[in-house]
Design a protein around this ligand. Structure first.
Ligand SMILES: Nc1ncnc2c1ncn2[C@@H]1O[C@H](COP(=O)(O)OP(=O)(O)O)[C@@H](O)[C@H]1O
Ligand SMILES: [Mg+2]
Length: 142
């Protein structure tokens, strides 16, 4: 099963809309609340990065028996230095964006911390693609 979300650029009134919808959906599926929370946090950071840095784009949430996969895609400026982008506190957000309470530089580290794996594919000028995987707990054989 796959859910798709469109994320507009710099629309702060829509901020967090995709992650809120995803959270509601996953809760209804009866997933572990702790897991739903991790996914919602990571998705919020991912969608805000697309809105603020990526010039808008899309997210996909794919649910399978073994895992939940989140894909974030944009055609924005890309990330020049990934190691720097993954560093806590590093942000290229403008003063205006910071004055609204964004741009603390914790989004990428938060995504990594909450997911079981994180893969970033980005080149300057070629956009950014982030894949997060959340493993689903296997039932113990009885
Ligand atoms: N989708 C993206 N497109 C371009 N740059 C990005 C993207 N996502 C993250 N970045 C870069 O990585 C930096 C760190 O991201 P993050 O940890 O979420 O902090 P913040 O969003 O608060 O700046 C951003 O400031 C930006 O330079
Ligand atoms: Mg961010």
């Amino acid at each position: 099963m796959k859910l798709k979300f469109t994320i507009p650029s710099m629309d702060f009134s829509a901020a967090g809309k995709a992650s809120t919808e995803a959270k509601r959906f996953l809760s209804r599926l009866g997933l572990d609340p702790g897991l739903v929370k991790r996914i919602a946090i990571a998705m919020y950071e991912g969608e805000m990065n697309i809105a603020i840095h990526g010039g808008g784009g899309g997210a996909e949430l794919e649910i399978s028996p073994e895992k939940i996969e989140l894909l974030f895609k944009d055609n924005g400026p890309g990330i020049a230095d990934l190691e720097l982008a993954m560093t806590e506190g590093y942000s290229t957000a403008s003063e205006e964006v910071r004055s609204m309470g964004f741009g603390a530089g914790m989004g990428m580290p938060n995504m990594k911390r909450n997911a079981d794996s994180m893969d970033v594919d980005s080149k300057p000028g070629a956009g950014t693609r982030v894949v997060l995987v959340f493993n689903l707990a296997k039932a113990e054989p009885s």
